[in-house]
Design a protein around this ligand. Structure first.
Ligand SMILES: Cc1ncc(COP(=O)(O)O)c(C=O)c1O
Length: 404
């Protein structure tokens, strides 16, 4: 008997770009008609509002159980970008309006973030710099690790907030979040962690990580787009970026996206399956890398020497341009990327890879493959065949001087 695929599938695509977004889980897709019946406003006190209100309450509890938080520590947002902005800008505004007295960071002016953060963190930090904060970056090493010595030397009692992601969306490198949290708290600062790439790709408990704020995005976890979460530790105050109604305890105004929130909560039901999926993805990812190294001369895996998510491969394929590789693979039905999805179409090499010390040529020859819960051995084998063929063709064109 043919078992149903975990996610929706599209016949003509082998999707290997799960760090950009994940396909919808079949179970989420099947539940959409039922959730759509809850069209009322969860803030209404009449019967039409009570259904969506209980969906919202249950979803908050389910997602809290998934990450190990208290339900009231969660703020539903429109996605990872908003969660990152809410954490950073929300703290800045709370600092400026004197609401962070309890956190004892009043008057502090320094903010730190790692050199490999997502643009939503980078740009929120750049805004802070324009507002007069002293914003500095924490370097990363070629091996993929955060430069912990540099972090220690940047940390002092003038630091208000530090933002370092759990895992990088391009290389999959995992950073030592608990160790960083301890150092940051050692100087009395607050710690925000972008955990968008952690859902479904890592096992963690938010309390053990001891972060103050953590961002999540539903569309990286087989649920719908336009939905995210910011974990905000009990007792911490944030200024809302969106002013209006008192939703999310005054921390994010606007009628809640019940459908997408219910979908994210549905995915939380898979908590006990996560470990199994991590193991399966790692076997396939290691097999992919072994095949690539054996069959394509000169392949180097970015960040390989350091801890990584089990689903991600970022590979330098010398002598070929990543964009050409991507387009040729696309024509053959394979979906991969050269770096972050939000920067595709940008001819500049990935800032993440450059920050790790790769040359422009190396960064421009890099390809990112992101496996998911539905990826199969057959798909990996078919992908390697296509990659070998396209790489050989592009390299031979290059030798003949036809390839630019
Ligand atoms: C690490 C990281 N942070 C934040 C985001 C932004 O999430 P969203 O697309 O939900 O705004 C992404 C998405 O690519 C990401 O990979």
């Amino acid at each position: 008997m043919k078992t149903q695929a975990f996610t929706l599938t599209q016949e003509n695509i082998i999707y290997l770009d799960h760090n950009a977004t994940t396909p919808l889980a079949q179970s989420v897709f099947d539940s959409i008609p039922e959730w759509s019946r809850h069209w009322g406003n969860p803030s209404s006190i009449h019967l039409a509002g009570r259904g969506p209100k209980s969906v919202l309450r249950d979803a908050r509890k389910q997602f809290a159980d998934l990450i190990g938080s208290h339900p009231l520590e969660l703020i539903f947002t429109s996605g990872g970008s908003e969660s990152n902005n809410l954490a950073i800008q929300g703290v800045l505004h709370a600092l400026q309006t004197g609401q962070l007295k309890a956190a004892k960071i009043e008057g502090r002016k320094k903010l730190l973030y790692s050199a490999v953060e997502h643009p939503s963190v980078v740009q929120a930090m750049q805004l802070a710099a324009r507002l007069g904060f002293d914003v500095q970056t924490i370097p990363v090493l070629r091996c993929g690790r955060i430069d912990m010595e540099a972090l220690k030397s940047l940390l002092d009692e003038s630091v208000a907030l530090v933002s370092v992601m759990y895992a990088n969306n391009e290389t999959g490198n995992i950073y030592p979040v608990r160790e960083i949290a301890d150092l940051v708290h050692g100087v009395g600062a607050l710690f925000h962690c972008d955990m968008v790439q952690a859902l479904g790709k890592a096992e963690f408990n938010i309390k053990e990580l001891d972060v103050d704020f953590a961002s999540f995005s539903a569309h990286k976890f087989y649920a719908l787009k336009g939905c995210g979460v910011l974990f905000c530790r009990t007792g911490l105050v944030l200024e809302s970026l969106i002013q209006g109604g008192g939703q999310e305890r005054g921390r994010r105004a606007g009628t809640e996206n019940i459908l997408a929130i219910a979908a994210l909560a549905k995915m939380s039901e898979y908590k006990s399956d996560i470990l199994k999926h991590l193991g399966e993805m790692k076997v396939l990812r290691d097999d992919l890398e072994a095949q690539m190294k054996a069959r394509i001369e000169g392949v180097l895996i970015n960040g390989e020497q350091s801890a990584r998510l089990p689903n991600t491969t970022s590979a330098i394929i010398p002598g070929v341009d990543g964009e050409s590789l991507l387009m040729n693979l696309d024509l053959k039905g394979f979906a991969v990327s050269t770096g972050a999805a939000c920067s595709s179409g940008n001819p500049e090499p990935s800032p993440v890879l450059l920050a790790m010390g790769l040359s422009r040529a190396e960064a421009q020859s890099s390809l990112r493959v992101g496996l998911g819960w539905g990826t199969t051995k057959e798909q990996i084998d078919a992908f390697v065949e296509a990659l070998v063929e396209v790489t050989n063709r592009l390299r031979s064109l290059d030798q003949e001087g036809q390839y630019v």
